[in-house]
Design a protein around this ligand. Structure first.
Ligand code: 3HC
Length: 289
């Protein structure tokens, strides 16, 4: 795995991305700790695992033994000190707030063994914003998974100027060992590869909705049935979280100062109302709890 062997991993954040990244790691044979400050979030992640593994077994996708082993390898804790003390690799997947991530990287740098790699799953903060918080900038990189992380094969590994070649190789090898198909970005760029491309689609879909050209349902239907995408842009925003769309656009606007980069009126309205998509029970569509 690069030159570095990864046996133990911590995933910070048990939310939308973190709980599935943790389970990917445990299924791939890594001793995994999923850490979150919220007991409620940890409970919800643990009950997902309790539902997901038996369902995979009943559908013949996993043996009972594989499921039991994965469950044994995955622990949940609210203690960063305990969960991250002995790990070889950390994937941070907490809320997209830069100060929170900076603080976490400072603490992780003190808690984790000096050789451990600290990767962020952020959708838009490049790791050079976090590396200076640590005494190991060469061991800091982006490792960006896609939602749902148990299913989507792509992982973007982004090498900042501070990231050593060995760290990038280790992150690529780790992703491959999880059964993913990682891609390497040789330099940092806002939105990486996929979200830059996706943004063009989302922005156009929101423009068509905001200007009353068509409904969210019909725009989604057109994208699925004309372009062959597995889901339309509004269904996808509900899956990834409208809060994320809002924060990503705000970050883009903060960087550029260009009003065209502000979140669309519909995204602002849904963000303010707390209609963040599936995780809240409503977004562009409504969902049963
Ligand atoms: N969690 C875990 N597994 C899930 C899942 C979920 N939420 N939803 C579906 N799956 C699994 C199913 O168990 C099934 O597994 P199997 O093939 O091994 O049996 C497989 O996915 C297919 O599921 P379904 O047949 O129920 O449904 P679909 O065929 O419609 O697939 C989907 C669902 C995989 C979500 C598909 O619609 C899809 O690929 N959608 C696009 C997702 C996408 O674009 N993701 C990227 C978003 S951008 C992003 O994440 C960037 C970040 O920065 C925000």
């Amino acid at each position: 795995m690069g030159d570095m062997k990864i046996g133990k991993i911590a995933v910070i954040g048990a939310g939308n991305m973190g709980h599935q990244i943790s389970l990917c790691c445990a299924l791939a044979g890594l001793e995994t700790t999923c850490i979150d400050v919220s007991e409620e979030q940890l409970q919800s992640a643990a009950s997902f695992v309790k539902r997901y593994l038996p369902e995979r077994v009943s559908r013949g996708k996993l043996s009972e033994e594989e499921a039991a082993e994965a469950e044994k390898r995955l622990r949940f804790t609210a203690s960063l000190e305990q969960g991250a003390r002995e790990v070889d690799f950390v994937i941070e997947a907490v809320t997209e707030k830069l100060d929170l991530k900076k603080d976490l990287f400072r603490r992780l740098d003190q808690i984790c063994p000096p050789q451990a790699v600290l990767a962020t799953n952020s959708s838009f903060f490049v790791s050079s914003l976090l590396a200076p918080e640590t005494d190991r900038p060469d061991r800091v990189c982006n490792m960006h998974f896609f939602n749902p992380a148990l299913v989507m094969k792509c992982v973007e590994v982004v090498k900042g100027v501070h990231t050593s070649a060995e760290t990038a190789a280790t992150a690529m090898a780790l992703a491959r060992s999880l059964g993913k198909k990682p891609v390497l970005l040789h330099k940092e760029i806002y939105g990486f590869l996929v979200n830059r491309i996706l943004r063009r689609i989302m922005d156009e879909a929101l423009y068509l909705l905001d200007t009353g050209v068509a409904s969210a349902e019909d725009i989604d239907s057109a994208v699925v049935n004309a372009l062959g995408h597995p889901m339309g842009p509004f269904t996808l925003m509900d899956l990834t979280g409208i809060d994320l769309s809002y924060h990503a656009a705000m970050e883009r606007y903060r960087k550029s100062g260009d009003p065209a980069d502000k979140p669309s009126p519909t995204v602002v309205e849904k963000y303010v109302k707390g209609e963040w998509g599936r995780k809240k029970g409503s977004g562009f569509y409504t969902y049963e709890k």
